[in-house]
Design a protein around this ligand. Sequence first.
Ligand SMILES: [Zn+2]
Length: 219
Amino acid sequence: MATSTVENYLKALLRQEEETGSTTVGEIAKELAVTPGTVTTMMKHLEEENLVVYQPRKSLSLTLEGRAAALKVVRRHRLIELFLVQIMELDWSEVHEEAEILEHVISDRLLDRIDRMLGEPTHDPHGDPIPDRDGNLVQFEATPLDEAEGGKYRIVRVSDDDSDLLGWLNQNGLTIGEEFALAHPDRAAGLLEISRSTGAKVQLGIQAAGQVFVEAVSA
Ligand SMILES: [Zn+2]
């Protein structure tokens, strides 16, 4: 079984490949807050393990085996988050940090049990898709709110690692599935105003809005 450090590298590689289609030593170093030299050493190790293909200064990517291993960690992370919210009744702002730890230690047997207990769920509490047991990950298109034009929207996903923002969103009723209207946004002001279905108006900074992903609701 891979160490937790290796698993965190695999997760970072997967996330960047999913988000931008590629990754580099520099980007991994930035994401994991380590030096590029540390990443290079790890990539050589992962190449020996047949988890990445690494050509210094040229290319870096997960092998099929590396991708499968990364998807397993992501599956554990997201199922644990959902378990902590639904069964343990933790707030969605508190579960990411716990899942970051538990994802490296939980057994397959316990994870299977959690999966069945939750009814083989497809999404975690933040709207991220849960890879299935065969490692299939369904991606969906969602627009970051800071790039949305005026219109009606539904929240489908929020970034899971900023617990202050998650707490604030919760307080303001901005959770997964919530619908709202966005008036023509004035990006120069750095602030968006949305109207909730309750009529309440909520103002969001552009940066916070970039962590909230929406899909259009047809009128
Ligand atoms: Zn998380």
